[in-house]
Design a protein. Structure first.
Length: 232
């Protein structure tokens, strides 16, 4: 499902960000740029947690600008895992299917299968407090994947993981994205993440979102603003 940022204008106090671009369906996009330039704000605007001061957010051709987050065809995974401490790993994950946790046997199997895929098989009955940070983030990823929304937004969810595990999780997300034709948009500070998992990359800086550029092309011939960001 495509995402169109139609003359989008975000403003909070002195902060301003403008975007005017189309993100194609069934494609992976990375968003990079200096801290404080609005990467997370842009993602939250797509998800519906930030109301634009102007312009529109269209998803699959539908104007979602004033639609509540829960009613948008999007799932967002933040840096903070947001697991419920009193629920087991399985229950936290199963919330992605039904908030009342009244699952059919088929749905229970779906929850178990996705936990296996993120490397948490056998952890179903554990509470979040007994898990490592990386394990908690993987449980949150499992819940996000179970929601099965056509647009998946990731706000640096793997930033706290080591390079090996982060690469593994990005690989898993890419694999599942391809299986289900998901449009993936993720924020990262790591160029290697973009090169590994993004078909296209958007650079943010100076209050604007640049047009998407094929990731390999962008890093092979970085524009001046990217060179500055990379310290080249």
């Amino acid at each position: 499902m495509d995402v169109s940022l139609d003359s989008l204008y975000l403003k909070t106090g002195a902060f301003e960000l403008r975007a005017n671009c189309l993100l194609a369906s069934d494609t992976a996009y990375a968003i990079i740029g200096p801290s404080g330039e609005g990467k997370s704000t842009l993602l939250q605007a797509i998800a519906g947690f930030v109301r634009p001061s102007g312009g529109r957010v269209l998803i699959g051709g539908r104007d979602c600008t004033r639609i509540q987050p829960a009613d948008r065809p999007t799932t967002i995974l933040f840096q903070e895992h947001n697991l419920f401490p009193h629920l087991s790993v399985y229950e936290n994950t199963a919330l992605g299917i039904r908030p009342d946790l009244r699952l059919t046997s088929e749905q229970r199997n779906q929850a178990i299968n996705v936990l296996n895929r993120v490397g948490l098989g056998g952890y179903e009955n554990r509470l979040p407090g007994s898990l490592s940070g990386g394990q908690r983030q993987r449980a949150a990823l499992a819940r996000a994947l179970l929601r099965a929304r056509p647009v998946l937004l990731l706000d640096e969810p793997f930033a706290a993981l080591g390079p090996g595990l982060r690469a593994e999780m990005l690989g898993l997300v890419s694999e599942i994205r391809a299986e289900h034709a998901i449009t993936l948009i993720f924020v990262t500070h790591e160029p290697s993440d973009a090169l590994k998992a993004a078909d296209f990359t958007l650079m943010i800086g100076g209050g604007r979102v640049c047009r998407p550029v094929a990731t390999k092309e962008l890093f092979a011939n970085p524009p001046p603003e990217l060179k500055t960001y990379l310290g080249l």
